[in-house]
Structures are given as C-alpha cells and as structure tokens.
Design a protein around this ligand. Structure first.
Ligand SMILES: [Zn+2]
Length: 434
C-alpha cells in the first residue's frame, strides 16, 4: 500500500520543483540562523541566492560528523530551544555524541515518513508491530513507534534486550511485523529455538531491519530462519532517524528515498565529485523540510549508489541500493580495501556456516593479518570430523581470496562463541595500532 499516494508518486518534474523550492527556503533559513552554515557558505563564496537550480547544490560545502561534534551540543540548531520538543543523540564511541533536535512539526514529518516506510513494507492499520529497536537517545525505537501509531497499527514497545521475554510476548500477542537490527533478528530466532518456539508457528509476515549494513545472503538466511519477508530500512539520526529510505515489498530491490524531504547525492569520497546514477560512492543527504536540525550536504560515510529506474510498486522516487558498508568500517588489509559486508556475502553465499561472524585484524611482523571467526551449526559440529572442519576453513579462505583479493585465516568456532548483540553487531575487532 502507498501511504502518501500524492507525494510518493509525483512525476519527476513536479518533484524537482518541490525540491528546489524547499531547498531554497532551507538555505535561507540556515544562513540566517546557524552561524556554522553562514561561515561555511562565506568561506566557499556562496550565498543562498546563488542556488538557482538543483544542480547548483554542488556549489555548497559538505557538512561532516566532526562539524556536529564541534558544535556540541546545540550549536547546529536552527530554532530557539523553546521550539524544540525532542532531543536524540547518537552513541559517541569515539569522542562526543552528535546531538539532534526536532520541532513539533519535525516529529509529524518523521512519523509520516516512518508510516510511509512501514506501509511500503506491507504493514497496515491491522498489523501488530513488535518493535525491538532500542528506545532512548537512539532514534530507532521512537522513530518506528511514532510511525506505527501514525499508520494506525498496534505497536508493542518492547525495545531491545530480555530476549526470552520477547519470545513469550511474540507467542502470546501474535505480532505480525518485526522491527529490529538484522543481527538481533537472528539472535531472536536462536533463542526461540532454544525455548522450543518455532518462528513458523508465530504470526509474523514481515520484518523491517536496519541500523547496520547487511547483505542479500543475510536476507535469505533471516527469511529462512524467521519465516517472514525481510526488508531493508535506512536512516541516520543526523539526517532524520529511520525512514529516510525504505524498500518496497513489491520489488525488494533498493530503498525508495523520501525525495520530497531529502536530496540524495552519491559522491567520490576522495575527490568530493558528484557521481552519476548507478556509480557507487558515499551517500550525501540534504534535508529540505526539517526545522530544528537541517543538514546541508551531510556526508553519511555510507557506501551506496542511486537507481532512477521506475519501480513496479508505482513509487517514483529514486532508489538507493543496499548500503554495502561505511567508509569508516572499511578495513585496509595489506593495501586491499575490504568491507565486513563483503566477507558476509562470501560466507552467506557458501551457506555452510551460521550467520554469526567476526573479523579480527592484527599486525604481526609489520604485516596485517585478517582472521575470520565464523560459527558452525550444531549439525556440522555433531559430525565431529576434524578433517571436515579443516576442509571448510580452507574453502572459505579460498573464496575470500578469490572474490576479495585478500588472504584471511578462517577459524570455525562452536555455536554461540561470538558475542550476540541486542543492538548493532560488532563485526570488527581491529588490534592494529596506528
Ligand atoms: Zn518500489
């Protein structure tokens, strides 16, 4: 179902007219109210009036995560605090967190976009949504929650953690839509199995998973284990939260960007040049309707590409391909660029191991050493043949070398050796000292 039939199916020309009008209004506003943007524009020698077409957007400077940190906590807000009704923050594993704010109208916009996203995944007002995204400063939990309510669905605000209780509630309440990170979805499946609960006996029809990059192979694995259709959703707090883009259940091929609220660009992360449709690079977003916390050409560090082809679902927005990694997740192993999601694809395509893995990078004698730890299933373990394990390790290493051009040591480990996450999975442990 298309939630917002008028805006989600706009002809390109009408959409671009709306984008330009909203962009120019946003630029006028940030120039007048956010000292950071005024300074950056002045340094680049542009004023808002110079932006006469959408193409002119590329004359504006980028905004980086570091800029948000430098203006911690509220320096990037474009409205006085009395107009702010909500504050979220992203986890600050390195340095300060980045803080974002919302006006009452921003919350309406966000809820509407999340309602669109849930509807795009096939959810309706008849659904019960089991929301395992974390509630709190993280935007995942409340983002889905408000969208679900706006859609008119029934939402179970279970949040992350206490997994056994989640399974019990799934059995008793009969939710039909699951929202969580993909890694937590797999953890739920595992715990359910231990408790003797089969996902096939639950009522789920669809799962909407995001907040971490995942592969097509992982999609198949989740669909098989959880007996539902697994869809990808995208968003980040700096741009909005979840709901920036979402796959449609009809095509399951690329995420429709809410282009009447955000302008998406893909750039070469090194040169900053805008890349044509279809080419892979770093996603950059400009918000054109947000009031409290607008962002101009925000560098997401997520790697993707844009696809303008018409979609069978009838939505006319450009689709972004599944995020294949983050520029800051990229490992450089002996000069070769490797994304954790590429290793995941190799493992999933082979289909002999479990979808739980971790990459450990060490430096020995000045040489990078990549170790891929991956769990084997109970059935493989039960066979107990050491030789079989060694063969499997060799085959995986050979495929990684063949597809990614990097040598890795593969270590099969027993089920449940690798720590489970209730939020975003930790895929990489980098022990190198730079
Ligand atoms: Zn579609």
């Amino acid at each position: 179902m298309i939630y917002d039939i008028e805006f989600e199916t706009l002809p390109r020309e009408a959409l671009e007219a709306i984008q330009l009008r909203r962009l120019r209004a946003t630029l006028d506003r940030v120039y007048a109210t956010v000292p950071f943007y005024r300074r950056k524009f002045e340094e680049a020698g542009v004023v808002p009036a110079d932006i006469k077409t959408l193409k002119d957007l590329r004359r504006l400077p980028f905004t980086y995560k570091q800029d948000l940190r430098d203006n911690y906590p509220f320096g990037m807000f474009a409205v006085p605090m009395e107009s702010v009704v909500r504050i979220h923050a992203s986890s600050g594993t390195t340095g300060k967190a980045t803080v974002v704010g919302y006006t009452a109208r921003d919350i309406v916009t966000w809820s509407t976009l999340m309602a669109r996203a849930l509807a795009s995944g096939g959810a309706t007002c008849c659904d019960i949504i089991h929301n395992s995204y974390g509630y709190g400063l993280f935007t995942g939990g409340l983002g889905v929650h408000y969208g679900a309510e706006r859609l008119g669905a029934s939402v179970i605000p279970i949040s992350g953690g206490n997994t056994k209780r989640q399974i019990m509630i799934m059995k008793d309440f009969g939710p039909t839509v699951l929202t969580s990170t993909p890694s937590y979805a797999l953890h739920l499946a595992e715990v359910a199995r231990e408790m003797g609960v089969g996902f096939g006996d639950l009522r789920f029809k669809v799962g909407i998973f995001g907040a971490e990059p995942w592969s097509e192979g992982m999609r198949e694995e989740i669909e098989r284990k959880l007996h539902l259709q697994a869809l990808d959703i995208y968003g980040l707090s700096e741009v909005l939260g979840p709901g920036v883009s979402m796959e449609c259940i009809e095509a399951k091929k690329g995420l429709h960007v809410a282009e009447d609220h955000f302008i998406a660009e893909v750039i070469d992360p090194d040169s900053g040049e805008v890349l044509p449709y279809g080419e892979r690079g770093e996603l950059v977003f400009t918000s054109i309707t947000k009031e409290a916390f607008p962002v101009i050409r925000y560098r997401t560090r997520d790697i993707s590409s844009l696809n303008p082809e018409p979609c069978i679902c009838g939505r006319t927005s450009v689709r972004m391909n599944r995020v294949s990694g983050r520029t800051d997740d990229m490992l450089i192993i002996r000069g070769v660029n490797v994304f954790p999601s590429q290793i995941e694809s190799v493992l999933m395509d082979m289909g002999e191991t479990e979808p739980h893995y971790q990459l450990v990078v060490d430096r020995q004698d000045n040489l990078d050493q990549l170790t891929v730890m991956v769990e084997v299933g109970e059935s493989v373990l039960a066979s107990g043949e050491v030789r079989r394990f060694q063969d499997m390790e060799k085959r995986i290493a050979k495929n990684i070398k063949e597809f990614l051009g990097v040598s890795a040591k593969v270590k099969l480990v027993e089920p449940k050796t690798i720590a489970r996450s209730e939020g975003k999975a930790q895929r990489v442990i980098d022990n190198r000292k730079f």
